[in-house]
Design a protein around this ligand. Structure first.
Ligand SMILES: *Cc1c(COP(=O)(O)O)cnc(C)c1O
Length: 462
């Protein structure tokens, strides 16, 4: 319990000349026009906390009382959510820690529209109930004409869990030992599968599996054969996998988890399976992620081949767990716009011409050097990331800065995440659209030491 006595009173407020007595009151600060506007945008509680923090700084003498409103404005976040925008200059196209695929402008617009009330489950012509997600599913089927039916779940793992629950609970999934994959953050496909009540019937060894291994394992308890794309690692040497055509005649449906969400083959990624080819090869069902190479929002795609595959999709769609893994209207809107709208940023980045990237790096480096920044255009190697296309490097270009820039850029506004390489901070341009170059240059200049100011301690003055 706090005891307020006269001595403490004077210690806090001090004599009349003490600047701490001039610290403005909370209601006075909140009434300042720019801060009142922030209250409208961010809510009173959030702004009030910033005011209290700034007042405390003023009382400790860290800032002058007059600086309180400015300190409040500086401390306020851009939105009421804590997330901050980050420019992805890592050269990793799908950076898991940065939220994988950035959405296209069209997808963001659709998402913003869907954020209000919209006809997600209403037929505006009849006034009756409409089929939820109809537009997104139609767009997916239009993008993969070889599919007979499709469904969307929350993410790739959910799509796979749904398939396993609906088709294999209490039964067996036949899977090669070389495809028992850990997908990231300690999550493992085999654990996910068995958590649904399915049993795994492992076949082959870590490096090799033969068609006969699968054939021998199939029996009355088999629910399906599962092929999992080893999307985040490579095995080489004395290896053998069985591809889908060799698995189709064995009397069990073949489910393929292709991971990255490529819908059609991509020339730069010959090792990456795509939905259309996988269905054409004979897979009954295909699962994939929406926020990897597809370039859309987090989602799990489930595609069924015409016939049996399509019937299974309908069965899976009606399973009680499908309701628990249902995508929201925001995802449906962003997903449909990703497929129907202009090429999403991930695909633009993947297809970027290295010559254009080099020209951008040279322009940026020259611009920064003109402002006294120790910047140089260099060749770089980008990767797909997000647990996709392991071993594939994409020729790229970067602006190289002294290493000390990395930390300052990370805490700048907007934050910039580069890549540390050979004692330098590389800002790789492949994952960034050309429109971001001006913002990137401004972010670097904002943390660069003032001209003529040597910075031997590695401290960058803003
Ligand atoms: C990424 C990936 C998953 C998981 O998908 P999420 O959308 O992250 O849930 C599953 N399987 C494979 C092969 C993957 O590459």
């Amino acid at each position: 319990m706090r005891k307020a006595g006269p001595s403490e009173e004077s210690a806090v407020t001090g004599p009349a000349t003490d600047p701490r007595r001039r610290v403005p009151r909370t209601d006075v600060v909140l009434a300042e026009p720019r801060i009142a506007e922030a209250v409208e945008r961010l809510g009173r509680e959030l702004v009030k906390r910033a005011v209290v923090a700034a007042q405390q700084r003023a009382r400790r003498g860290e800032i002058t009382p007059e600086a309180v409103p400015g300190a409040v404005l500086d401390a306020l976040p851009a939105t009421a959510a804590g997330l901050r925008p980050v420019l992805n200059a890592t050269g990793v196209l799908l950076h898991t820690n940065l939220g994988r695929a950035p959405l296209s402008a069209a997808a963001r617009e659709a998402l913003s529209l869907a954020a209000g009330t919209c006809d997600v489950e209403l037929d505006l012509t009849t006034g009756g109930r409409g089929r939820r997600g109809h537009g997104a599913i139609e767009a997916l089927l239009a993008a993969v004409p070889g599919a007979g039916a499709a469904h969307l779940a929350n993410n790739g793992a959910a799509a796979l869990a749904l398939v396993a629950t609906a088709l294999a609970a209490g039964r067996e999934i036949v899977i090669a030992r070389g495809e028992l994959v850990e997908i990231g953050d300690g999550f493992r496909i085999p654990d996910l599968l068995t958590s649904t009540g399915a049993r795994l019937r492992e076949v082959g060894t870590t490096n090799r599996v033969h068609p006969a291994d699968y054939a021998d394992a199939i029996g009355p308890d088999t629910a399906f054969i599962l092929k999992v794309h080893p999307s985040n690692f490579l095995v080489s040497g004395f290896t053998r996998a069985v591809d889908i055509p060799a698995l189709t005649g064995l009397g069990a449906p073949v489910v393929a988890d292709i991971g990255s969400g490529l819908l059609a083959p991509h020339p730069l990624l010959p090792g990456e399976p795509d939905a259309a080819s996988t269905l054409a090869a004979g897979a009954t069902l295909v699962t994939a992620s929406g926020d990897k190479l597809l370039g859309g929002p987090q989602a799990g795609l489930l595609l069924g081949a015409p016939g049996v595959g399509a019937e299974l999709v309908q069965r899976i769609r009606r399973h009680p767990l499908a309701r628990a893994m249902r995508v929201d209207k925001l995802t449906l809107a962003a997903f449909e716009a990703t497929l129907r709208g202009p090429v999403p940023p991930t695909r633009t980045a993947l297809d970027a011409d290295p010559a254009d990237l080099r020209a951008r790096a040279r322009r940026l480096a020259a611009l920064l050097a003109g402002h006294g920044v120790e910047a140089e255009a260099v060749e770089s190697a980008a990767t797909v990331g997000g647990g996709g296309a392991p071993g594939v490097t994409l020729p790229s270009a970067a602006v190289a800065l002294p290493e000390r820039y990395a930390a300052a850029l990370r805490s700048g506004d907007p934050a910039v995440l580069g890549r540390l390489e050979h004692g330098r901070c590389l800002l790789d341009l492949r994952a960034l659209p050309p429109e971001a170059d001006a913002t990137l240059a401004a972010a670097v200049r904002a943390v660069a030491p003032a001209r003529g100011n040597n910075c031997q301690n590695g401290v960058i003055h803003s």
